[in-house]
Design a protein around this ligand. Structure first.
Ligand code: TYR
Length: 483
């Protein structure tokens, strides 16, 4: 959670623990000129994605032969569709060297545009709307280095390597928001193109792999083990978790908070030797699932749990399996990342300018959890308000990368929901949240879509309360809901 980012700790960890950089970080790519407007034209990251490309499914096979080193080999088959004729497929990729590309099983010509971090594949014939194709990419080597553009501290995005030593056996994991997934996977790397995933991870004996989704049977090879995971509901690419470590997998009883009371599988992954004080942050996940699903509606996926990692990075809401650094292992961050399963992973922002739709809602869950414990929610809101009054604020739609995870995205975003609640009352607020997740799960929306939806659900007064917090340049008055 970026509100408590220990910048110096992160920097120290990067300098002390990180493996040598396999490549120089790239400067931000130039914006695509109008004539070649083939990207998704994201207002914050204009080079990401391809206009007209719809990746429906990623079938991912990763082999991590030496956990703790950056190297990996991969074979991914993407199920592609198009919303306009595509003579080329331009995937975001800044990963290992590509060794083979196949289109529906046949070798296909490809090239890299390293400055734009694109893998460009030419199919035998243009992909047309209504058609589906399978694109296979094989690759091997070290992932590229993309430095995070939006935290004030250097953070290497995407595929992480934690070298062996210091009590650990060597680990790898993903930490990709906003655009790190294409350091290890060729993707249409944008939250407006969500997809389902099958993830197969092959590791040496003694290691355990974990990934987003439900786990299948482990396949024992000669001197390897392959773990298989199925993420059956669409998620944004940045939310894909992949972990390799010497893990203890701890199962807990399923929690009946899925659609129509369906059981949600509960499993957590702790590196061998994880302290009890770290594990205890996750002892109340069952209760958190019940409290949050009461406010938000059915839990959107088939499983939930955490994978704990040792570097002092920010926590990330990877789908079905939040990535939780030891140092962020506390109930407040735990409830924040759990809330992101609804807001971020199931209901996703259509552009990076709309990321407050993730962070504001997840931050608001911290207040709801405080209240569920008998604590004073209004005091939480007042603290957020004081932070903004002191530190300054901005309208909620971000205009630059440095704003994506700032106080306004988190605390002002949360106060926008508090204002909606104050305007319409608890019962209508709860009904609104249920309707919102029901309407937008599996989809992506803009801030304007939220306001339109609020108008239809709670009427003009509710929409106006929200809109003031979305749009006004200054800080609106602190909302005080009546109970
Ligand atoms: N979304 C994270 C949160 O829960 C913050 C974060 C953002 C973490 C980007 C990692 C990252 O790469 O607040």
């Amino acid at each position: 959670n970026s509100t408590v980012l220990p910048g110096l700790l992160i920097l120290a960890a990067m300098l002390a623990g990180g493996p040598p950089a396999p490549a120089q970080p790239l400067p931000a790519p130039p914006p695509v000129s109008a004539g070649a407007a083939r990207t998704l034209n994201d207002p914050i990251f204009p080079s990401l994605g391809q206009l007209g490309l719809d990746v429906r499914h990623y079938d991912v096979a990763l082999t991590v032969a030496e956990p703790g080193t950056p190297e990996l080999s991969g074979a991914v088959t993407l199920t592609l569709a198009a919303t306009r004729p595509l003579a080329e497929v331009r995937l975001d990729f800044y990963g290992p060297t590509v060794t083979a590309v196949r289109w529906n099983g046949q070798a296909a010509p490809f090239r890299m545009e390293p400055d734009r971090q694109k893998l460009v594949v030419t199919p035998p014939a243009p992909l047309l709307p209504g058609q589906e194709a399978r694109l296979t990419v094989e690759y091997q080597g070290a992932p590229g280095v993309i430095l995070d553009p939006d935290f004030s501290t250097p953070l290497r995005l995407g595929w992480q390597a934690v070298p062996a030593g210091e009590g650990g056996a060597g680990a790898n994991f993903t930490l990709s928001e906003p655009q790190g997934t294409h350091t290890f996977l060729p993707t249409n790397d944008h939250p407006s193109d969500k997809a389902t995933f099958t993830t197969r991870v092959t590791v040496p004996p003694g290691f355990t792999a974990a990934a987003s989704g439900l786990e299948g049977a482990v396949v024992e090879g000669s001197g390897t083990r392959t773990f298989v995971f199925t993420q059956a509901e669409p998620i944004p690419t940045y939310a894909l978790a992949v972990h390799v470590n010497r893990f203890e997998r701890v199962m807990a009883p399923p929690v009946p908070v899925g659609a129509n009371g369906a059981p949600v599988v509960r499993r957590d992954y702790f590196p061998v030797g994880t302290a009890d004080s770290t594990r205890s942050a996750y002892a109340r996940t069952d209760e958190m699932l019940r409290v949050l699903s009461g406010w938000f509606g059915p839990y959107p996926f088939g499983a939930y749990g955490v994978a704990v990692v040792t570097p002092p990075l920010p926590a990330l809401e990877t789908a079905t399996l939040s990535t939780m650094p030891v140092r962020s292992s506390n109930e407040r961050v735990a409830v924040h990342e759990l809330a992101h399963q609804w807001f971020g992973d199931a209901v996703s922002p259509a552009t990076w300018a709309d990321v407050w739709l993730n962070e504001g809602f997840a931050t608001y869950a911290e207040l709801l959890w405080t209240e569920a414990q008998g604590g004073d929610g209004q005091a939480v809101a007042a603290r957020w308000y004081a932070i903004l009054a002191q530190g300054g604020t901005r309208p909620l739609v971000a205009t630059q990368a440095g704003q994506l995870f700032d106080r306004s995205a988190y605390q002002r975003g949360a106060l926008a929901l508090h204002a909606l609640r104050a305007a319409v009352g608890d019962a209508a607020f709860r009904a609104f949240l249920h309707a919102y997740t029901a309407r937008f799960s599996g989809k992506s929306l803009t801030t304007a879509d939220l306001l339109t939806f609020a108008h239809t659900q709670v009427g003009g007064a509710g929409e106006a309360a929200l809109r003031t917090w979305v749009e006004s340049p200054g800080l609106p008055p602190l909302p005080v809901p009546a109970h």
